[in-house]
Write a protein that binds this ligand. Structure first.
Ligand SMILES: NC(=O)c1ccc[n+]([C@@H]2O[C@H](COP(=O)([O-])OP(=O)(O)OC[C@H]3O[C@@H](n4cnc5c(N)ncnc54)[C@H](O)[C@@H]3O)[C@@H](O)[C@H]2O)c1
Length: 256
């Protein structure tokens, strides 16, 4: 028995990174169908092929209403509906506010906020028809706290958290839940050079903060195990933002 037996899911931004790990985990947990959506067809097509007959790839730009209409029509005709939507696709810009161009600010908000809004809006009829729908939004630790160099990204991720709350309270009555995962982990390939400091070396990847650390949370929110969760945010940051940790020696915390 898998934790997602019989469920039909669509994961945006699934060609690589966290979305790819989520798609892989959904297949492993017995989902009836997993649709991987992305703009990176070069990565998404072979990945879906490698996941077997349960998976298929669709080219879907989350900022395109026409792409969402086509994808939901295909889901209705081909899969007979949708139980789980994972709004995972996002883009990042590393720049101070002073060095953030308005067009770039808009680009980040288009993908990270408008994309989630359009996906949610397009998929709600199918999710309501499922009677047991779940929307899993992929936020970030930047949905809850600010980080230097991420004005556009943090603004977008806070907005996504707000959208999660409203989606939850409007749709619980129709059997659709909506929750947000707020990890500090993800794909290091998402990190682009810092605007104005392009020569700075990229931070080395941290195996403790890989996309595979995030996928289990998406499985939980997609599954019926989380049926009491609606509008919740799961912060995954090893306690870094739980409060102020004073820099004190270990012996003080050992049992006397
Ligand atoms: N990378 C991190 O350190 C980190 C940390 C916390 C949260 N997150 C969040 O995790 C999620 C997944 O990111 P990731 O770490 O796997 O990064 P990633 O860059 O590997 O994945 C993002 C995916 O979204 C796709 N995408 C971009 N624009 C798109 C569009 N318009 N339409 C459809 N797909 C589009 C990309 O092609 C890519 O496959 C994002 O929501 C991100 O904000 C990432």
């Amino acid at each position: 028995m898998g934790r997602l037996d019989g469920k039909v899911a669509l994961v945006t931004g699934a060609a690589r990174g966290t979305g790819a790990e989520i798609a892989r985990a959904f297949v492993a947990e017995g989902a009836a169908r997993v649709v991987l959506a992305d703009v990176r067809d070069d990565l998404g097509v072979p990945l879906a092929d490698s996941l077997g007959p349960v998976a298929r790839y669709v080219h879907l730009d989350v900022t395109s209403e026409a792409d969402w209409d086509a994808a939901t029509a295909e889901l209705a005709a081909g899969e007979g509906g949708l139980d789980v939507l994972v709004n995972n696709a996002a883009v990042l810009l590393l720049a101070t506010i002073d060095r953030t161009e308005p067009a770039e600010f808009e680009r980040i908000l288009r993908v990270n906020v408008l994309g989630v809004f359009l996906g949610t809006r397009a998929c709600l009829p199918l999710l309501r028809a499922s009677g047991n729908g779940s929307i899993v939004n992929l936020g970030s630790i930047d949905s809850v706290f600010g980080t230097t160099l991420t004005a556009a990204y943090t603004a977008s991720k806070f907005a996504m958290r707000g959208l999660t709350k409203v989606t939850a309270i409007e749709n619980g009555r129709f059997g659709v839940r909506c929750n947000i995962v707020c990890p500090e982990a993800g794909n290091p390939e998402m990190h682009t050079p810092i605007v104005g400091a392009e020569d700075w070396p990229a931070l080395p990847p941290d195996p403790e903060r890989g996309p595979d650390r995030v996928a289990p949370a998406a499985v939980f929110f997609a599954s019926d195990e989380s049926r009491l969760c609606n509008g919740t945010e799961l912060v995954m940051d090893r306690g870094h933002h739980a409060g102020q940790a004073l820099d004190l020696p270990d012996f003080l915390f050992e049992r006397p």
